[in-house]
Design a protein around this ligand. Structure first.
Ligand code: FAD
Ligand SMILES: O=C(O)[C@@H]1CCCC=N1
Length: 388
């Protein structure tokens, strides 16, 4: 096994968060090594697939505020890499008019002066054909929102990182981390040392944390990524200006349902349930629970009559969720040259460029550009492993 020379920083995990962090570090002239366990590109984590939603519609103010800069950073990458990564489609938000969540999203958008349109129930079908608005539901459109081309974005940011002189080593599974003034990382192809380490290991974070004396209440969920056939091809198509959508509450299930206009697979619309069943990240394909698909079938039958309520394609992805669904962005409480970015709870892709910037700032000991108190490790009382 070889012993490699030193780096300024090693980033473990080349998903969206690790790739943007490595890119930001390289921009700051840090000699950066990005390690990835699988051969790239891969479909085993959380960042694969062609599309994600980008939106400012959140019930917490701080996410809406952060999204302002995210849009600018996405545009910057589009320009640097000469590639289109964002398509503005709008996001239709539906939910019981009087519910706390629907009202919170509406208030956050209004308070932050995000361009939006409120659709009164009597005008709904004129604007949004082929969707039945539930009795008592309100509807609004966050017009800034749209679709992110996820796979393309990952390729673009990794390409820019390489252009800046960064090094990616894939097919290198990290099996040990030794904290210290120089952090030592043992991977399947070598032992690497660096002044700083950033851990962005997605659903494998819990295993990695055990090497550095930390434990976080992260749960790994397998998500069934379902695509549904349009009865009339094109009725929910991005070119018909059909928006992405978010149903914040409905009788069929207690979690959000969300969808994206048909785009990547001709005639198929992606609609998913915002939760899944627990799994070990290496055993994802053994988790076969389909109760989420039953909920989606019932919801689509009632609200999306233009879709065949049997999924035509089911793919897999994983969420790594914290109890409050807020991210973890922090330094190790005992070793401040180790930074952790984790727990993106199924909504982290759109923030990728800003997460990269924030993890880079933490790693360089700079004052972070945003108040990171919602994302602190210390919010979890039992975060230090008893052995330390
Ligand atoms: C179905 C689905 C839909 C989603 N929809 C949206 C959406 O619409 N909008 C949105 O903003 N977000 C969305 N998300 C969330 C978003 O995709 C994730 O938050 C984001 O991809 C998490 O990225 P990550 O870099 O933390 O994890 P990952 O992409 O999993 O990256 C972690 C990487 O670390 C590597 N790694 C782990 N252990 C090791 C090791 N020991 N050695 C070396 N490498 C290692 C892994 O192989 C992996 O490549 C969705 C997620 C899913 C699953
Ligand atoms: O992050 C997003 O926008 C999507 C849709 C809502 C639930 C999770 N992911």
């Amino acid at each position: 096994m070889s012993t490699e020379g030193d780096y300024d920083c090693i980033v473990i995990g080349a998903g969206v968060q690790g790739s943007f962090t490595a890119y930001q570090l390289a921009k700051k002239k840090q000699r950066t090594l990005l390690l990835e366990q699988f051969v790239l590109p891969h479909t085993r984590g959380s960042s694969h697939g062609q599309t994600r939603i980008i939106r400012k519609a959140y019930d917490q103010d701080y996410y809406t505020v952060m999204m302002e800069e995210c849009y600018r950073l996405w545009a910057q990458l589009e320009e640097e890499a000469s590639v289109k990564l964002v398509r503005q489609t709008g996001l239709l938000v539906m939910g019981p008019e009087n519910s706390l969540q629907y009202q919170a999203v509406k208030n956050t958008l209004q308070k932050n002066r995000v361009p939006m349109v409120i659709l009164p129930p009597e005008e709904f079908s004129k604007h949004i054909p082929n969707v039945n608005l539930s009795e008592g539901d309100g509807a609004l459109v966050d017009t800034t929102a749209g679709v992110l081309f996820a796979d393309r974005a990952l390729r673009a940011v990794q390409g820019q990182f390489l252009k800046l002189g960064g090094i990616i080593k894939d097919g290198q599974k990290v099996s040990d981390i030794k904290p210290g003034a120089l952090v030592t990382v043992t991977a399947s192809g070598g032992v690497y040392r660096a002044k700083n380490l950033v851990l962005t290991a997605g659903s494998w974070t819990n295993g990695m944390l055990s090497y550095i004396g930390l434990q976080l209440p992260l749960k790994v969920l397998k998500i069934n990524v379902c695509y549904w056939k349009e009865k009339v091809p094109g009725s929910y198509h991005v070119q018909q200006r059909f928006p992405a959508f978010l149903q914040v509450e409905c009788p069929e299930g207690k979690h959000h349902i969300y969808g994206l206009p048909s785009n990547e697979y001709p005639g198929l619309m992606k609609v998913c349930y915002h939760t899944g069943s627990e799994t070990h990240p290496d055993m994802r394909d053994r988790q076969s629970d389909q109760s989420d698909i039953d909920i989606l079938k019932r919801y689509l039958t009632r609200c999306f009559p233009g879709l065949d309520p049997e999924p035509a394609v089911v793919e897999s992805c994983m969420y790594t969720v914290t109890p409050d669904e807020d991210f973890v962005l922090d330094c190790h409480p005992l070793h401040n040259n180790i930074v952790i970015g984790a727990g993106f709870s199924g909504h982290g892709f759109k923030f990728g460029p800003l997460i990269g910037k924030l993890l880079c700032e933490l790693s360089l000991g700079e004052v972070p550009s945003y108040d990171l108190s919602p994302f602190r490790i210390r919010r979890f009382p039992e975060h230090l492993k008893p052995s330390l």
